[in-house]
Design a protein. Structure first.
Length: 150
């Protein structure tokens, strides 16, 4: 999997920090008033085939569900062994970092990139939730436990 460009832009967080982040994410998703925003159309979408877009992936994986409800459910079940990296948002440096995860659905790799803000109102921003443009490999997951880890 091609990771984010720029060595200064991406990091690998300690596993304990990933676990804490996932607990914070679950807390936010458990609150009824949490705002979930999905970036339906991204600038990069104009340069790639339709099948690698968020909109297409949601339609294929969750055809009978609201994307926000599917995201709420799916993000609640993310695990530390699905963590890939953390990426600074260079466009909005005052906002929190993006956290990147990978998961398989029906033998297809899905790239998930999110930001959680817990302030006056909890917010989960989903930048990416789409079929991956490249096949994931074991080394993409720093906390994977053997092949079954991802």
């Amino acid at each position: 999997m091609k990771k984010a460009n720029g060595a200064d832009k991406k990091t690998t967080k300690p596993e304990a920090e990933v676990t804490t982040y996932l607990e914070k994410l679950k807390y936010a998703l458990d609150q009824d008033n949490t705002m979930i925003t999905i970036q339906e159309v991204r600038q990069v979408d104009s340069e790639r085939p339709l099948e690698y877009t968020n909109k297409y992936t949601f339609a294929k994986l969750f055809p009978d569900e609201s994307p926000k409800e599917a995201v709420r459910r799916e993000l609640r079940t993310l695990k530390a062994n699905e963590y890939m990296e953390t990426v600074k948002d260079l466009r909005h440096p005052k906002l929190s970092e993006f956290w990147v995860f990978g998961r398989q659905y029906n033998d297809k790799d899905v790239y998930i990139k999110i930001r959680v803000e817990i302030v006056q109102r909890n917010s989960v921003f989903v930048m990416s939730f789409h079929f991956s443009t490249t096949k994931f490999v074991h080394n993409d997951f720093p906390y994977a436990k053997g092949e079954e880890g991802k």
